[in-house]
Write a protein that binds this ligand. Structure first.
Ligand code: ADP
Length: 394
């Protein structure tokens, strides 16, 4: 087991900076996931740890050793990739033991390790099967077993579940968590799937355009996103955003205002452009908001489309007639729309006038220019609470 440290790692290709000055430390035994949109530099960052790519600048350490220029085989890492390449003419035992046989381990040691790994990934009894007699999930487990027998200090996994169907992916997610619990090995994991990142990781590292945006426990990224990018990327459906202006004691956007509690003074000054962010579950029908401690003033809206999801219903709200027009003109302009999540037994119907409120303890403010978070929650209470979570997380 080992700690992994990246120190100002940059990787430039001719016309693109794939990784841009990334520094982070992954603790011994920690499960850390690199997440972000396609092309954000997740795989390249991982490859600098694996030794498949040499950084243009910066250093990579595994444990206390500077491995920046070491060959992959000398780093004590084992990799599992999206495209599982099993040897088709070898059975499971031979596939799993291939690396050990190359390294001339003795037969007894090989058998011991393979059987142990097969037990961990639940492939006992299948060691004599050929790859074409296995399901997608079983093949993926063979690939994982092949990594386990190497007894690595660090597992590197790049989208290992991407080729599996949705149900199997969810199942393998829990298997990987169990595996991590049992082995306690450091895991560095790459995925574009934020559900995967949220459910499995001790911490997630959110990347965009090669830059590290935030590295924190999943719920911290969800509840206290460091900037607009993380706020919009983590959470599905995405957080609502509305551009506004900072007032003395609140923020005014085109269609609603959010008042601060006395004592809440976000960074910045009156007149600043700020972006209000609120998640769909923190938008409520005014009529059902009795138990909210700190709602905004009611906001007039008209319901547009409803999406029943089973456990909740997503309600698309238009904040004015103008909102309706601008949606037709430019469907991506979202700041005059709000997405609300309500319980499944709602009587809300499409194309109705409604009043909604935002839970002020859950309203986020961002600097519209830099994108940086200014405050999470604009009530005295939420502010104190979020301060506390932050310290606990650190
Ligand atoms: P991700 O894994 O997040 O999808 P990558 O790390 O694969 O992103 O790629 C990051 C950026 O670097 C992309 O713009 C990609 O096109 C570019 N890139 C990756 N590998 C190479 C390469 N070998 N040569 C040139 N550009 C590359």
């Amino acid at each position: 087991m080992a700690r992994v440290t990246l120190e100002n790692v940059t990787k430039r290709y001719e016309d693109v900076t794939a990784v841009d000055d990334v520094s982070l430390e992954i603790e011994d035994g920690e499960f850390v996931t690199f997440v972000g949109p396609s092309g954000c530099g997740k795989s390249t960052t991982m490859e600098t740890v694996a030794g498949l790519t040499k950084p243009t600048e910066g250093r990579v350490y595994i444990g206390d050793e500077d491995v920046t220029t070491l060959a992959p085989k000398d780093r004590g890492v084992a990799m599992v990739f999206q495209n599982i390449a099993l040897f088709p003419h070898m059975d499971v035992f031979e596939n799993v033991s291939f690396g050990l046989r190359l390294r001339k381990y003795d037969d007894e040691e090989i058998r011991r390790r393979v059987e142990q790994a097969a037990e961990i990934v639940q492939l006992e009894g299948m060691l004599e099967r050929m790859p074409d007699e296995l399901s997608g999930g079983q093949r993926q487990r063979v690939a994982i077993a092949r990594a386990i027998v190497r007894n690595p200090d660090v597992f590197l996994m790049d989208e290992p579940l991407a080729n599996l169907d949705a149900k199997l992916r969810v199942h393998m997610r829990t298997e990987l968590q169990r595996l991590h619990r049992e082995l306690g090995t450091t895991v560095v994991y790459v995925t574009h799937d934020q559900a995967e990142a949220m459910t499995m990781s001790d911490r997630i590292a959110v990347l965009n355009e090669g830059k590290l945006q935030q590295i924190a426990p999943p719920l911290t990224c969800y509840n206290e996103p460091a900037n607009l990018f993380v706020a919009g990327f983590i959470g599905s459906p995405s957080m609502n955003f509305a551009e506004g202006e900072r007032l003395e004691d609140g923020v005014r956007t085109e269609y609603f205002s959010v008042e601060f509690d006395p004592g809440v003074v976000p960074e910045g000054t009156v007149g600043d452009r700020v972006t209000v962010g609120v998640r769909p579950e923190d938008v409520h029908l005014a009529a059902t908001a009795d138990d909210l401690e700190s709602p905004t003033a009611p906001i007039e809206a008209r319901t547009d489309v409803l999406e029943p999801m089973g456990d909740e219903v997503f309600v698309y709200l238009l904040l004015s007639e103008a909102a309706e027009r601008s949606m037709e003109e430019d469907p991506t302009s979202a700041s005059d729309q709000l997405l609300m999540s309500v319980p499944p037994d709602t009587d809300v119907r499409e194309n109705q006038s409604v009043e909604v409120v935002l839970d002020r303890s859950k309203v986020h403010l961002f600097d519209s220019e830099t994108g940086g978070a200014l405050v999470h929650g604009v009530t005295d209470r939420s502010d104190r609470e979020s301060g506390r979570t932050q310290t606990e997380a650190e």
